[in-house]
Design a protein around this ligand. Structure first.
Ligand code: HEM
Length: 276
């Protein structure tokens, strides 16, 4: 799934094929690195959050690289992260340069190439991880729920019979049960379980339902000082029985084919697709 997701973003976003999934062929090194990046960075959460913002301002880039080389001599994870980042950086630069040359030859404005690279470079790992997690989870849930699998298969087979193998995009995204399976999977198993936000000024956060403090007092709002990191749990809100009903913890694609509970609609959750 990781290799597939990388190939999707490669071909659609960059016009570049990393790895066309030929049997027996080794995955592209970028694909291996993209998969390892997040687990390795998680082992370094403390220095990354509390030390890196200061360290990146010390000395020149060459000096900082030298410091990384020293660190990598005795810290295995720093070595791993250095190698991962080197592969990702060099691959990105290679694709970027190749694209620039191609655009020059075709006589197009180079600005387009720059834009797309700027967007994709920091997000390729995000897109491969989230997409491959989502797809893997869908396949797993379909294996566990054969009735849903049959229903989805029938829907897709009927669309193929009507439109041929290459179902047009609008028809594909309009398949109701396929859409419900995607939404329900992203709801119950969001590939990104939480996001963080930082307050830029002192704010008062109103609560949808009051909570009781340690001193027994009921609170309807919380004061959040400036520069506080707030962790927003997508996972929690997507499984809240007060919003979704008592079956919030169950995987039921059909819930998206019926009107959603009023509690949910009125909660006005921000989210582009399935609150994911
Ligand atoms: C199932 C797949 C995906 C999931 C669950 C997902 C989830 C998310 C989440 C939760 C954020 C918000 C992070 C935050 O605000 O702190 C985000 C941001 C973003 N995602 Fe995805 N994503 C997915 C696929 C993709 C794909 C395929 C692309 C691009 C081709 C993409 C590009 C972006 C970009 C550019 C942002 C930053 C948007 C901004 O800050 O304005 N994502 N994604």
């Amino acid at each position: 799934m990781s290799r597939g997701a990388l190939e999707l973003i490669g071909q659609s976003g960059l016009g570049y094929s990393f790895d066309p999934l030929i049997e027996g062929q080794e995955p592209h090194p970028y694909s291996v690195c993209a998969k390892e990046l997040i687990p390795v960075t998680f082992t370094m959460t403390f220095p990354r959050i509390y030390m890196l913002p200061t360290l990146v301002n010390i000395g020149s880039a060459r000096f900082r690289r030298f410091a990384v080389e020293i660190l990598a001599l005795f810290w295995g994870n720093a070595r791993k992260l250095r190698d991962i980042i080197d592969v990702m950086h060099h691959t990105s630069v290679e694709i970027f340069e190749a694209k620039k040359c191609a655009l020059k030859e075709e006589g197009h404005d180079q600005g387009y190439g720059k834009d797309i690279m700027n967007v994709v470079r920091p997000t390729t790992s995000h897109t491969t991880d989230t997409t491959s997690n989502g797809l893997s989870r869908i396949l797993h849930l379909l294996a566990l729920n054969p009735d849903a699998q049959t229903r989805l298969r029938d829907e897709i087979s009927a669309a193929r019979a009507k439109f041929g193998d290459d179902i047009p995009y609008d028809e594909l995204v309009g398949l109701p049960f396929a859409d419900a399976v995607c939404r329900e999977t992203l709801r119950l198993y969001p590939p990104v379980g939480m996001v963080t936000r930082e307050t830029r000024k002192d704010v008062v956060l109103p609560l949808s339902t009051p909570i009781t403090g340690l001193d027994g007092r009921s609170m309807h709002e919380i004061t959040v000082p400036s520069n506080t990191t707030v962790i927003v749990s997508i996972f929690g809100v997507n499984r809240d029985p007060a919003l979704w009903g008592p079956d919030a913890g169950e995987w039921k694609p059909e819930r998206w084919l019926n009107p959603l509970p009023r509690t949910l609609v009125e909660a006005h959750l921000p989210g582009i697709y399935s609150n994911s």
